[in-house]
Design a protein around this ligand. Structure first.
Ligand SMILES: Cc1ncc(COP(=O)(O)O)c(C=O)c1O
Length: 402
């Protein structure tokens, strides 16, 4: 029987259950205690708690301001040189593969969005295998494209490492053409990355079962290093004839609000890739027409200049080393947190119950997601000892995580 629902006007829209991280930001902003520590934030912070514009970027922006003579439209693919300059950094030996092309997108989100739309266009029956947990924006983007999600286990909370056997067992249930969404490096929210051997195994299963890998890489250079962080996606490209890589420069160039990203697509032939690219341009045209130029133009200027590129790499490496150093200090503070030193990128999930998270907030002005996810570099250098002591107290407290 056909069920009809009464039409609703804009004024009758249901309230949105707000993203808990946004609610957390509001709570943290409203707290005026000077000792406040915000580890819920999703951006890199230096030892003084600042998120500065990177040196090379600042210089590139200055040059851009001086040299740019027009802001006329660039077209749906954005800056066509920009993905070409990213290719060697991201794809390594695959940079010269004519079956791989990329287009500029508004950040990593734009790239993931387009990837999902392309999958739906090619194969609406495809299911998307996504980890538990994964970045909270992944599931709504998958569902938003009308695709079904199948969850695979990712994190072993006891050890803070990847449940590789359970993950592979789940992928054995996938049908040819199903999508496997993987974080290229610096897993958000867990920090639990696949090691090289694990990537080898995953790449082999994806290829042998005819699955379509979608690698989301938003933090290249902030984990083990620029080259090392690309190991997994390059292995997947070695093994698979078809792949999607959603890339973001927002973190590793520190251009978050400028929305700089890229989607790369690989198919079985140069011609098929050109057809896929034509679909992507059409899909982008329907969504945002063309990506914002400024950030990508500045990144392009950095990558076109050897001195600026070297400076960018040096500063990025400094950021990576700070992340690793804070991880070491947290890990050394309590054996229950030792796993934090073996993880990568800005995020880790501490073994705290929701009650403990709330007590850290109320008693110590320490703000983190209810899941226990922290951004290790949300803490300025002078707050690390206090943070560790407060977490230790919470771990010893009455609400210990079961
Ligand atoms: C795993 C992951 N993918 C993609 C993104 C998208 O980044 P952006 O759209 O800001 O470039 C993020 C940002 O937090 C992320 O954590």
């Amino acid at each position: 029987m056909l069920t009809t629902t009464a039409p609703k006007g804009l004024s009758e829209l249901e309230p949105v259950t707000s993203d808990s991280l946004l609610a957390l930001i509001a709570l943290a902003n409203a707290d005026s205690r000077p000792e406040k520590i915000d580890v819920g934030v999703g951006v890199y912070r230096d030892g003084l708690g600042r998120t500065p514009v990177m040196r090379a970027l600042k210089e590139a922006e200055r040059r851009l301001w001086e040299a740019q003579s027009s802001k006329a439209y660039l077209g749906g693919a954005g800056d066509k040189v920009f993905p070409e300059l990213l290719k060697p950094i991201l794809l390594g030996p695959h940079a010269s593969d004519e079956r791989i092309t990329g287009l500029q997108t508004p950040g990593g989100c734009g790239a993931i969005y387009l990837a999902m739309q392309l999958v739906r266009t090619a194969n609406p029956q495809a299911r998307v295998f996504a980890g538990v947990p994964t970045w909270p924006n992944h599931p709504p983007m998958i569902r938003g494209a009308g695709l079904e999600i199948v969850e695979y286990p990712h994190l072993d909370r006891g050890t803070g490492s990847v449940r590789i056997d359970a993950l592979l067992a789940k992928l054995d249930e996938a049908r040819p053409g199903d999508v496997v969404l993987l974080h290229g490096c610096c897993h958000n929210p867990t920090g639990a990355d696949l090691g090289p051997d694990e990537w080898d195994r995953v790449a082999e299963v994806i290829a042998s079962r005819g699955l379509l890998p979608l690698i989301d890489i938003a933090y290249q250079g902030l984990g083990r290093g620029l080259e090392e962080d690309a190991y997994g996606l390059r292995r997947v490209l070695d093994a698979s004839d078809e792949a999607l890589v959603a890339q973001s420069c927002d973190k590793n160039f520190g251009v978050y609000r400028d929305r700089v990203g890229c989607l790369f697509v690989k198919t079985r032939s140069k011609e098929a890739t050109a057809t896929a690219m034509a679909h992507l341009l059409q899909l982008a045209r329907e969504a945002w027409s063309m990506p914002p130029d400024h950030g990508a133009a500045a990144v392009r200027l950095v990558l076109e200049d050897d001195t600026l590129t070297a400076d960018w790499k040096a500063e990025l490496d400094g950021m990576r080393l700070r992340i690793a150093a804070v991880r070491e200090r947290i890990a050394a503070s309590d054996e229950r947190l030792a796993f934090v030193a073996d993880q990568y990128g800005m995020f880790s999930m501490l073994p705290l119950s929701k009650e403990q998270v709330v007590s850290l907030r109320e008693k110590h002005a320490i703000y983190m997601a209810d899941s226990g996810r922290i951004n290790v570099v949300g803490i300025a250098d002078d707050g690390i000892d206090r943070f560790c002591a407060a977490v230790k107290e919470a771990l010893n407290g009455p609400d210990a995580h079961g």
